[in-house]
Design a protein around this ligand. Structure first.
Ligand code: Q0Z
Length: 309
């Protein structure tokens, strides 16, 4: 992924902490001490979009708000499975609708990925090894095949600009302990299953999803194990692959619910761009921006049954 060197927007009362590919983290500055609060974070989603491992120069209006509102809706749908990090959606006006104030947790240092269908890096690994992250799969699976059962395919958390590496379950156990490893594995597949059950009612398949967990020492169980809290964003098009169910056809790349107009235009002669050239992609035409914005809104409205905006 080629990173962008944009200056994060200044937010009065907040200090910028970290920039992700398309999001920013801030800490609230304590008006008394002038020090950043260590117990909370402000998660801000921008309108930036990535494609073919590039952050594009063109933003998709409302993308940050659509993903933030979708994530908040999913947190509610998942609340009977586990608690989440959200404190409040009362945020500075400049980021209204696309930011959430969250509890700062001790993050589990593993990217927890669940897969119900085989594609992307999972497919590449399967073609080389007949397995993904140490999980042996049956022969004959193709791009887009439904897996016999959802699998846990964790990866390392690489720094921005580097690619995450697959981990076996034994490596996760070595990293976080056997107990926490099995709990995050089971939670990841439970979230994926719930996501697919909801999406199926709306004609959408959820191929895979990446979730992040944090630990809350204050929420230990009877056995003294720290409480696991769902963090970051959840079940958004940036953390998950959504596919239109009626177009699902294993044996080829599936159309992406959200990014297909962008990909099709970038790889068409009209863009004049060669994705293997190493050059940055050109700006998107207004019509592609508008169609893509409409897809994000459509996904939000289809999944949640709510009107956006
Ligand atoms: C999330 C990320 C970015 C958004 C750290 N509740 C939490 N407690 C502690 N750390 C995090 C969270 Cl969500 C945390 N990220 C990823 C990066 C914008 C989210 F720039 N990193």
């Amino acid at each position: 992924m080629t990173s962008v060197a944009t200056t994060p927007p200044a937010l009065p009362g907040f200090a910028h902490v970290y920039s992700g590919k398309v999001r920013e983290l801030y800490a609230q500055v304590d008006p008394g001490t002038g020090e950043p609060r260590e117990d909370q974070l402000l998660l801000v989603a921008s309108d930036r979009i990535s494609a073919y491992d590039f952050i594009l120069d063109t933003e998709i209006p409302d993308k940050g708000a659509v993903l933030t509102q979708l994530s908040l809706w999913w947190f509610e749908q998942l609340a009977d499975i586990l608690p989440n990090h959200v404190i409040s959606t009362d945020v500075p006006a400049a980021v209204a609708g696309r930011a959430v104030l969250v509890r700062r947790l001790q993050m589990v240092p593993v990217e927890c990925i669940g897969r119900a269908y085989l594609t992307g890096s999972g497919l590449a690994e399967y073609r080389q090894t007949s397995s993904v992250c140490g999980v042996t799969l049956p022969e004959g699976l193709e791009d887009g095949s439904r897996l016999p059962e959802p699998i846990f395919t964790p990866t390392t958390k690489a720094p921005v600009g580097e690619h995450d590496q697959p981990m076996t379950f034994a490596q996760v156990e070595a990293e976080v302990g056997a107990d926490l490893a099995s709990r995050v594995r089971d939670l990841t597949t439970a979230i994926l299953a719930r996501g697919n059950a909801v999406a199926a009612e709306r004609g959408i398949l959820l191929a895979d999803t990446k979730v992040e967990f944090g630990l809350d020492p204050a929420a230990a169980d009877e056995a003294g194990r720290p409480g696991i809290v769902l963090a970051d964003e959840v079940l958004t098009p940036d953390s998950s692959r959504f596919w239109p169910a009626d177009q699902w056809q294993p044996g080829r790349a599936q159309p992406s619910y959200d990014k297909q107009f962008v990909r099709d235009w970038l790889t068409s002669p009209a863009s004049g761009w060669d994705r293997h050239s190493g050059e940055a992609p050109p700006p998107l035409p207004e019509a592609i921006v508008e169609q893509t914005r409409a897809k994000y809104v459509e996904a939000y409205e289809a999944l949640t049954g709510r009107r956006f905006g």
